[in-house]
Design a protein around this ligand. Sequence first.
Ligand code: NI
Length: 182
Amino acid sequence: MVNNPDNLPILQRGEPILAQVASAIEDINSHEIKQLISNLKVTMQNAGGVGIAAPQVGVSLRVFLMASAPSERYPNAPLLPLTVVINPSIINKNSLQELDWEGCLSVKGKRAQVSRYTCIEVKFQDETGKKHHQTLNGFIARIFQHELDHLDGITFIERLNHEADVINEQQWLEQTQITEAR
Ligand code: NI
């Protein structure tokens, strides 16, 4: 039985757990995992995120959620229903990488252009334990890579070549508006 889901505080970069490699989940059907998934869902929705990983709420286990729809944080996001991703791996990727803007609930108020593979072949289990094998493209592939990084103790800041690539939300809004006006 799952209790009422809680909105959990989101840890910020600098917390040691965000730099740790998370452990695989063995008992997907346990009460603790069901509760964790409920909490992650509520926390992500309240924060307006398109993804959230367990280490961001202080749990060092290999699970993240993805859900995408156009929003204030991501105006051009495609539609992806809530997807629970457990014990994920990237088994293949194309050679092409693309730069695009990312933010992170654990790096508040910052944005940067991050290079990610445009097409990845992935494996994971869902919340029932069922195995999935999918090919993901574009923005969804980007979310998957960003969230998988969290399970390996990496935030998008560590993916940058230069710290100067990080800008604040206000600069980002101005820059992206300029880009879209072109
Ligand atoms: Ni993040």
